[in-house]
Design a protein around this ligand. Sequence first.
Ligand SMILES: Cc1cc2nc3c(=O)[nH]c(=O)nc-3n(C[C@H](O)[C@H](O)[C@H](O)COP(=O)(O)OP(=O)(O)OC[C@H]3O[C@@H](n4cnc5c(N)ncnc54)[C@H](O)[C@@H]3O)c2cc1C
Length: 293
Amino acid sequence: MPARSHPLSRDVTFDVPLAKWTSVRVGGSAEALVKPSHPDVLVQTLAIAKREGLAVSILGGGANTLVGDGGVPGVTLKLPSGGEEVDGDLITLSAGAPITRLVTLMKQQQRVGAEFLAGIPGTIGGATTMNAGTKNGECMRIVDGLELATADGIGWVKSLPFVYRHTAIPAGAVVTRVRFRLGQGDLKESQAKMEADLGYRKRTQPLDKPNFGSVFTNPPGDHAGRLIESVQLKGHRIGNAQISELHANWIVNLGGATARDVVALMELATTRVRDSSGVTLTPEVKRIGVFTP
Ligand SMILES: Cc1cc2nc3c(=O)[nH]c(=O)nc-3n(C[C@H](O)[C@H](O)[C@H](O)COP(=O)(O)OP(=O)(O)OC[C@H]3O[C@@H](n4cnc5c(N)ncnc54)[C@H](O)[C@@H]3O)c2cc1C
């Protein structure tokens, strides 16, 4: 990373523990955490990283990220949350804004369409990159445009290809703003859907302990949780990480868990499920940094 006297240095902090920036509260430190105060700073940071061959990791709300115990070399980007525009059915938010902000603005504007995002933690950047959603909807279906930053500059695209829990963000690009298109509809029904969803989450998800939501994506026609439960791993513990007793596709941090504990549980679940049913589970959670065996 550039020396501390570099012009970008006011936006850079070194050796920053990242566990507190993730929902599962696990992992080491960022070598250099950059919080770009201006889009130009972001572009310059990407250009410097490209020129100097530094790895770039992007952390949104950290609700779907596992940071390695060995820390994250190179640059870790954390985008600001400010700046929003509302224009009829269109709502534009910064990538660093919390997902809840979209839900709040939808309600304020008396619009509908983003109910499925209520209760999903994280940022707008993370939600679009992951194509976050539930069986009731997915993020990219309500996106009307994305602003992307690269080492060469910033520009808008109308859409990007997406599939279940994945959007094809071009290599080296960072989502900086997202425009959503909402609609008009039955506001009472919209509110009822969100309340039902939140009630379901409280009953079925171990929200009382640090976690990163679903560990694996659901294989076609099945549920990762059902498969993991079928190999008797519900409640299984390695170190201070545990496959939740409430939902087998969730891993919880019982306090002081390491990334190594979490990865060991993921590998155990993958092996047991493959041996028992032939299904290869695909992690939904994204790993950044150095993982020690
Ligand atoms: C309690 C709980 C419940 C959850 N429920 C759901 C659910 O119902 N449905 C669901 O889909 N997910 C769910 N999740 C997972 C998580 O909330 C979503 O994936 C969310 O979209 C992650 O957003 P984030 O900002 O925290 O992403 P992060 O974890 O910070 O990042 C996720 C990925 O996106 C990339 N990224 C983040 N921001 C940008 C950006 N600006 N530009 C480019 N890349 C970026 C990161 O590099 C990483 O690869 C849940 C998680 C928890 C903890």
